[in-house]
Ligand binder design. Structure first.
Ligand code: BGC
Length: 710
């Protein structure tokens, strides 16, 4: 449709029709529902009314959605098609590693490939909008939704956000195989206090802009179509009714002109937050704040019309919101083809197809992180190996948003080892109970692999934990096994960095497998047996204990910094019982190769306004196998008009090095990379001294100094 036709359509719509466009319901209102992503509720509606709403949540399947679309278009007076939206978070039918793992690939191109594959499957199944990517930054592994984030770093999250948006939307999401992307949750949902889901946030303006908003801004710049509000408050106001956040920051400052949707029930939750009086007040506040769609609450449906009729709300606000929704429908091509790419044939062709299974495996090759290896890895097939733990044969490893995945198709660690290494001498003990028989099998093994951590029911939305150490059952299992055999390799599954300092000290080798998806265990098996050289890096610091949280490498210097790494020092900023640094830092991860970095060299030491510095290192793969290396650039602004982080990631190149290969990697440093929000919240750079590091992880000491003189 042309713009003028959309305008004409809007003009012809009645007020109640317009309001219905601003409401999103889940499938429960249309008959059977197999997917609930929030509390079960019932609204006062006529039986026909659900079919006139503008968008529907969580319904899927080409045949079903075509039929539903027909009914909707028949019942809606102007035959306006509905938008079908769903949580396609880490794949649709093929589960890819969960986002925290994708962050650990340190490979934004891989992230793009994954969302592109997910879009191909989901759009064939009739879904128009993916509620993804979640771009919330997180520094607290108590929060169950860590698994949904690409991690703790603003710069890495921003690269991941733009790549994922590109993967879903392509150049034109109206095309076959592409879909609209909705980033979430605006804003700073990852900063919920105490890591407890749905809690409030307390952030400084600087932290909000400098750390938390960066990934949303990058996604907006990449052309994302929709933004979902967050459940939390910012500055003591619920995000969904927060005008400054949605209008001033998102629309004005970031330039977002797409559709804003509330999170599930979040408009009405402004009442329980204690900030709106009742549904009517909540509807008014959310509409004025700029929230276009009310997902799963009655506030808009029951109140917007009377608010306008009573002169309490301007109809122009409703018109604006409806127009944004019509524009999105138009960009998806729904007025010409209301089913978009829904096709039973394509659904069969693409969903869980060989190409996507392969991608699920290849993705896990880059997302699994080797944290420790005192020599037991890689295994050889002649060793007598015992694999212990229920997670070794669990299909609950695809992630809590694997809503549409057929779990019976998930490859477990046991399946993968048996299929890929049939000649290996492996005994599987896929239970967590400690028995005499198990201990005697374990005792005589050359190597024991323990599969520990969390399955997908332990992480995800609402699954926050105050204790992030290993479960009692798994700790006891580890200790019992370790007592009889010291040759232990531990594989940790889960969606959050757990605190495992004792285990890490004792275990010979430690692998963070995250929740690796449908075929990720093939990659795990290949890493264990050395066919794949691990290259994943931690996208979130792994703390010693919950008391260190929130934690990030990108911290500030205190007035009394700790003078040395180890031991307690009185009257400086440190803990008596644990170090200040995490057990394993952001960016950390080993491979089976030794990669040597040369010292950093700069082509000049003074940077002027329109110039650039080239910073270089030469890497040498000293091993006789190929390796992938995530080369990381960090910068510190030594003194600013406001305090500046001790390090910030500012560049990344994931390169492949053949056995013995030597390669020089260059990074360009420009004035724009040095900007930050000054005391008056102007985004500027300031003359002065800087240090940059190029190395293997966020603790690298490989550095050089330069000055900015504009
Ligand atoms: C979650 C969102 C999700 C929505 C719809 C909410 O509970 O917070 O991330 O997209 O449900 O399923």
């Amino acid at each position: 449709m042309k713009k003028s036709e959309l305008e004409k359509l809007l003009e012809e719509m009645t007020l109640s029709e317009k309001v219905e466009q601003l409401v999103q319901l889940h499938g429960g209102f249309f008959g059977n529902i197999d997917i609930y992503t929030g509390p079960v509720v019932d609204f006062k509606m006529t039986p026909e009314q659900p079919y006139r709403t503008g968008s529907i949540l969580g319904e899927h399947g080409a045949a079903h959605l075509k039929e539903l679309q027909d009914k909707i278009m028949e019942k809606q007076s102007h035959h306006i098609p509905a938008l079908f939206m769903a949580d396609v978070i880490h794949g649709y039918k093929t589960a890819f590693p969960v986002p925290i793992a994708i962050g650990s690939s340190f490979n934004p191109e891989l992230a793009e490939k994954i969302t592109s594959a997910a879009a191909k499957e989901a759009s064939a199944a009739g879904v128009h909008v993916a509620f993804s990517p979640m771009v919330d930054l997180v520094r607290d592994s108590r929060w169950g939704r860590c698994m949904e984030s690409t991690g703790e770093d603003p710069w890495l999250n921003a690269r991941m956000a733009e790549s994922q948006v590109k993967g879903f939307q392509g150049e034109n999401f109206g095309e076959n195989g592409k879909m609209a992307s909705c980033i979430k949750h605006f804003a700073a949902y990852g900063a919920v206090q105490s890591g407890r889901d749905y809690n409030v946030t307390e952030l400084s303006e600087h932290t909000l802009f400098e750390d938390y908003l960066v990934s949303y801004r990058a996604a907006v710049k990449a052309g994302v179509s929709m933004v979902m509000t967050a459940f939390n408050t910012i500055d003591r106001k619920p995000c969904t009714t927060n005008k400054r956040l949605l209008r001033d920051i998102l629309r004005e400052d970031m330039g977002f002109d797409g559709v804003v949707i509330s999170d599930y029930g979040a408009v009405s939750e402004s009442i329980t937050h204690g900030s709106s009086e009742n549904h009517r007040d909540a509807a008014k506040k959310a509409m004025e704040a700029g929230c276009d769609i009310d997902m799963m609450s009655e506030c808009y449906l029951q109140n917007l019309e009377s608010l306008v009729n009573d002169g309490e709300l301007s109809e122009s606000l409703i018109d604006e919101a409806v127009m944004r929704i019509l524009v999105l429908k138009n960009k998806l091509g729904l007025f010409e083809n209301p089913y978009k790419d829904a096709s039973e044939e394509d659904e069969k062709k693409y969903c869980f197809c060989d190409e996507h299974k392969k991608l699920s495996r290849e993705a896990a090759e880059e997302t699994i992180v080797l944290l420790k290896n005192d020599g037991l890895l890689p295994l050889n097939e002649k060793q007598k190996i015992a694999v212990v733990g229920s997670l070794a044969d669990s299909s609950e490893i695809t992630g809590s948003w694997a809503l549409f995945v057929d779990k019976s198709q998930t490859v477990t660690m046991k399946n993968a080892i048996e299929e890929l290494y049939p000649n290996a001498d492996v005994t599987f003990i896929p239970f967590d109970e400690i028995t005499e028989k198990m201990l005697s099998d374990v005792k005589t093994a050359d190597v024991v692999i323990l599969a520990l951590g969390e399955d997908q029911s332990q992480t995800g939305e609402s699954f926050s934990k105050a204790d992030i150490s290993l479960s009692k059952v798994h700790s006891e299992l580890f200790n019992a096994v370790y007592d009889v055999n010291k040759n232990v390799i531990t594989v940790l599954f889960g969606g959050r960095p757990l605190a495992v300092p004792e285990l890490a000290k004792k275990t010979n080798s430690l692998i963070e497998a995250w929740l690796p998806g449908s075929c990720g265990c093939y990659a795990l098996a290949d890493i264990l047996f050395g066919k794949v050289n691990p290259s994943g890096r931690l996208s979130m610091s792994m703390p010693y204990c919950v008391g260190q949280l929130p934690i990030s490498y990108s911290a500030f210097s205190t007035g009394r910094p700790k003078p040395k790494m180890d031991g307690f020092c009185p009257y400086v900023s440190n803990y008596m019982d644990v170090p200040n640094v995490p057990l394993y830092p952001f960016g950390y991860g080993l491979s089976y190769s030794e990669v040597e970095y040369s010292a950093v060299s700069l082509d000049k030491n003074i940077l002027s306004k329109n110039d650039k510095i080239t910073a270089s290192v030469t890497l040498e793969n000293k091993s006789n196998i190929a390796v992938k290396e995530a080369v990381q650039l960090y910068i510190r602004d030594i003194k600013g008009s406001v305090v500046r982080p001790m390090r910030e990631l500012k560049g990344l190149q994931k390169i492949s090095l053949e056995a013995g290969e030597k390669r020089t990697v260059d990074f360009e440093i420009t004035e724009a990379m040095l900007r930050f929000y000054d005391a008056d919240m102007n985004y500027v750079s300031e003359n002065g001294d800087f240090t940059l590091w190029i190395g293997h992880d966020s603790m690298t000491e490989n550095c050089a100094d330069f000055r900015l003189e504009k």
